[in-house]
Structures are given as C-alpha cells and as structure tokens.
Design a protein around this ligand. Structure first.
Ligand code: UDP
Length: 283
C-alpha cells in the first residue's frame, strides 16, 4: 500500500512540483487547494506527467459540515433546503456564518464548487464497535447520555420537555446512523466532480422523526438495559419537531440513509458495551 500524502496548496507553483515528485516516488497524493492563486490545469498536467501514476492523485475543493440547527424551530416539517435559516446559540451561528461565507465566496467567484451538508442527528457507531462517540464531560446530546446511563455511569436520563405537541409530548428529531452520514460525504465528494456544481446545500437525514421516548425504547430493546427517566422541563433553545426532507440529496447526490433506529441503537450499544468508559479507559 503506498502512503497517502495530504498536500494543501497542491495546485500552486511549489505544490504542483512536489505532488508530481510524490507521485513519481510511488506516493498517493490528496490535494486540497482553494485555487485562489493557482489553477486546476496544473493538477491535470501533473496527472499527465505522472502517466499511469496520475490516477494516484485526487483533488478536492470544499465540503462543509453544517447542521440542522440552522433550521431553528421550523414552522413546518420536513425541512427543505430552501427553508429560512437562523441561529439561537453560538454553535448554530458558526454554522450559519460559515454557510453564508461559502455562499459569498461562490457569488464573488463562480469557479468555486462548494457543498454544504446539513447534518441532522448523527447517532450509532461503526458496526465493529471499535470506533464511536466518546464525549468529554457531561454529554449534551441525547444518545451519548443514554449510552452512559446504560453502562452505569449516570443514574438516569433527564427528558427535556414532556409537553410538546408531539405524540408522546417529547421532542422529535431525525436520527441518522453515523455510517450513513459518513457515506453522504463520499457522495458529496463525487458530486463535486460534476461540472454543474456551484454552491449547493443538502440535508443529510433519514426523513423520519423519532421522539425521545421512542429512541429510549429502541435503545432499551437493543441493549436489554432499562433506562431510568427523570421528566423535566423544556431545554431552552430546543425546537419541538425537526426532520429532513431528503429528496434533494437522494436525487442529486444519489445518496439515501440505509439504517433505521434499531440498527442505530444496536451499533451504539455494541460500541458502548465494548467501551463503557470510551477510548481513554483502554489506553
Ligand atoms: N434530550 C433530552 N435529554 C438529554 C439530551 C437531549 O431529553 O439529556 C432531548 C432534547 O430535548 C431533544 C432530543 O433529545 O428533543 C435531541 O437532543 P440533542 O441534544 O441530542 O439534539 P438537538 O436538540 O441538537 O437536535
């Protein structure tokens, strides 16, 4: 297996020469370049000069990881990419700002190809249980918290809000298996090679809404563990129901989430039971 080298600015003067030497030296090169002072033609020529090794060169622009948080408390669901966007907290505002900067960049220079991916609620873990989510300190998100209750690290899950206008009164979200989400990036990268791409936004969700209590029930089934609950008031800034319209990603990225909540919970529990105290405990 040849080593793969990330070369930032690899389309530039020094970069292109270095990339060629890397390819000729048997390396694979991954070039990231914003082309502000360089040309994509340099990449093409380096490929040609490297002849059969040219296929070891890949070139990328930009895929930005945004978040469904930019939909705030949507007026209706499912959320389409055209919905108005807003921010209610610093995290959300970083997403909103960077999305806007990306759109400005494209407006000022239409040679850019940019894909903004709006993640819904990633959960689960790799099916091997070898990698997964291991938040430092107090988990803010639902499933890392549930997982810590299941392994005995926390006594109970606090359910934030039981009086929403949903079937069981708890908040509804669009949970998506992290492996499906990761695959969405590959589809986005493939899309960037499409000449027609400018600056596009895609939702990465399943299109299905699941309540907190439904998620807890699915996790209990997958793990065989009882999750004690403490019912509490709403968490400030939380929306009632958020789930994605997934048609655009399906149509234009050729991507669709494969896994449902049972598989998400199965894989989350597999990871949690093998790594109850996360990565550090296994050092
Ligand atoms: N939630 C909860 N208890 C927790 C964490 C989250 O009841 O300890 C609820 C939260 O109110 C929301 C859902 O679980 O309805 C998902 O919350 P999370 O923070 O994971 O995602 P986000 O709200 O950012 O979509």
């Amino acid at each position: 297996m040849p080593s793969r080298i990330l070369v930032t600015g690899g389309a530039g003067y020094i970069g292109s020469h270095t990339v060629l030497q890397l390819l000729l030296g048997g390396y694979e090169a991954v070039v990231v370049d914003n082309l502000d002072n360089s040309s994509e033609i340099a990449i093409k020529r380096v490929k040609e000069l490297a002849s059969e090794r040219g296929s070891n060169l890949t070139f990328h622009k930009l895929v930005f990881s945004s978040s469904a948080t930019v939909y705030g408390w949507p007026k209706e669901v499912p959320c389409t990419e055209e919905f108005p966007i807003s921010a209610t907290n610093p995290y959300g505002r970083t997403k909103l700002f960077i999305e806007e900067i990306c759109r400005d960049i494209y407006q000022s220079d239409s040679t850019w190809k940019i894909i903004l991916l709006r993640y819904f609620n990633p959960v689960g873990a790799h099916p091997t249980g070898y990698i997964g989510e291991d938040p430092r300190g107090f988990p803010n998100n639902l499933m890392p918290f549930v997982q810590q209750v299941a392994v005995g690290r926390r006594p109970a899950l606090t359910v934030f809000g039981t009086d929403y206008g949903t079937n069981d009164g708890t908040g509804v979200r669009d949970y998506i298996h992290v492996v499906d989400l990761a695959d969405g990036h590959i589809s986005a990268l493939n899309k960037l090679s499409d000449a027609s791409v400018g600056c596009e936004v895609y939702n990465l969700g399943t299109g299905k809404g699941t309540s907190v209590l439904e998620m807890v029930a699915a996790f209990e089934k997958a793990s065989g563990k009882k999750i004690p609950l403490v019912m509490a008031g709403r968490r400030p800034g939380d929306a009632e129901v958020v789930y994605a319209e997934t048609d655009k990603a399906e149509r234009e990225l050729n991507w669709k989430a494969k896994f449902g909540i049972d598989e998400m919970c199965r894989d989350q529990w597999n990871w949690a039971s093998k790594n109850p105290y996360g990565y550090e405990a296994s050092k």
